[in-house]
Design a protein around this ligand. Sequence first.
Ligand SMILES: [Zn+2]
Ligand SMILES: [Zn+2]
Length: 364
Amino acid sequence: MQALVFRDTGPCLESRPLPRLQAPTDALVRVRLSSICTSDLHILNGSVPRARPGVVLGHEFVGEVVETGSEVRRVRPGQRVAVNVETFCGQCFFCRQGFVNNCEQGGWELGCRIDGCQTEYVRVPFADNGLDVLPDSVDDLSALLVGDVLASGYFGAELAAIRPGDTVLVIGSGPVGICAMLCARLFGPARIIAVDRLAGRLALAQRMGAADEVICAADETDTAALAGQVHDLTRGRGADAVIECAGDSATFRLAWQAARPNASVALVALYEEAQTLPLPQMYGKNLIFKTGGVDAVHSARLIRLIEEGRLDTRPLITHTFLLRDILEAYRVFARREDGCVKCAILPDSAAAALSSTSNPRFDR
Ligand SMILES: [Zn+2]
Ligand SMILES: [Zn+2]
């Protein structure tokens, strides 16, 4: 099978043997639809120390179970499943508290330390925990982001401790940012403000009903001015809850500058560099900072919300490519060409279905 492999020299499309079950708790899953995530770019940039060169990239997908180990109980061959970005045992100290990102036997493994989903078949360890069966009414495209980006958005909204009536500021209007807005909405805020430097992404957030107000950062480094705009929208107080999804030093600074005193600031971005907290300037503001790589434990709930029509992430998937064209997909995604927000990757076997279109790549 073809697979997109992480090499020191860059992403590489290679031929790999089919994976096999290695433990009685494993399942073998055929990829139906996968994605490229910004974290894949972070791995290629060398900013994910736990990533192993030679691993097949990709950690967000929907598939069909084709084989299960003898101890797998919750899923069976033939079922369509959403796959969790986290591999977790369900039994260790951390798993028992829902902190599956720090599972003693897992965490973010797929597409990082063990082979991921930018290929045709994937071995999924602890399949009873990592796979969630999809109802017929939730199609592949609707479920694609359940295991990673949507889970991260929900995680951010939870970390931000949003209460009914709050004003929530979400920094970054990319896939995770918009998912954080959609999930923040579930907690009953009065208003969601989105900030980004790309007007097109803010417009998308508004079209999706994710953001009520938008702030386009003409100069993203002038965070005092941006925080001032947030204060203007909140009677001079600042945001009650902040979710930082962008991940650079300016957005980190904006997160605490735009927060009102005693706010919760949730940092769910994956930073490529260390950040500094200027504690003398912040003294007395009494902020609560929470950082995180997603604890993806709400997949079943997210699937129910999709089924009920309360979460719809399909508009985020702006581009679809065949696996054989994945290097082009990486280029388009990384450069945000052609308004690209999120790429879906179809297995090459789907080419026949696409051949009715003149171009194997189609834009939604
Ligand atoms: Zn990711
Ligand atoms: Zn565990």
